[in-house]
Design a protein around this ligand. Structure first.
Ligand SMILES: [Zn+2]
Length: 178
């Protein structure tokens, strides 16, 4: 709430100035006649004051960019998270350098550049943020020495997929049987 100090209990320098304070303090200060409640001329004024109050209460948001390895799989990935919980977050584990995508679903192969196309979308006013160059560099180094660990089932499936038979063709893998 916004109050006008008339007789501040400890800091006379604040007399004659306005301040946003918690409702509890406003009630007490006004009750003792130390301050006056500021009433707003219209809804617009009130909203403006409220947004000033929120701007004071919230520290500026910052993004944490980290390079990690999954504890179970060993997969190396980039995680981008904003300190503002309503912002999005991204997890990227693809190639660090630009690469050619596979032609699929009627789309032609094209060059995909993760340094441009992977973005963290903020709701805090920072817009779309790209992966910082130093994180991408760190990720590329970590990815080069990545060691992935598979469960026995998954390792068996990969071995089956990679197997080339007498007809020189990879084996087809069916989906789950119905
Ligand atoms: Zn954000």
């Amino acid at each position: 709430m916004k109050i006008l100090w008339k007789s501040h209990p400890t800091n006379p320098a604040k007399n004659g100035t306005t301040e946003h304070v918690a409702r509890e303090l406003a009630v007490v200060a006004v009750g003792y006649g130390q301050a006056e409640l500021i009433r707003f001329a219209n809804a617009g004024e009130r909203l403006k004051s409220l947004s000033e109050e929120c701007a004071i209460a919230q520290p500026p948001a910052h993004t944490d960019w980290t390079v990690n390895a999954g504890s179970a799989s060993g997969e190396v990935y980039i995680l981008g998270r904003c300190s503002n919980p309503t912002c999005g977050q991204i997890r990227y584990s693809g190639p660090p350098q630009p690469f050619n995508t596979l032609a699929t679903h009627g789309q032609k192969s094209r060059v995909f550049d993760p340094s441009v196309e992977i973005t963290l979308c903020h709701a805090c006013g920072k817009g779309a943020e790209k992966i910082p160059a130093d994180i991408l560099k760190k990720y590329a180094a970590a990815k080069a020495s990545e060691t992935q660990t598979y469960t026995p089932d998954y390792a068996g499936m990969l071995a089956m997929q990679a197997h080339v038979g007498g007809d020189n063709k990879h084996r087809e893998i069916d989906g789950p049987r119905k």
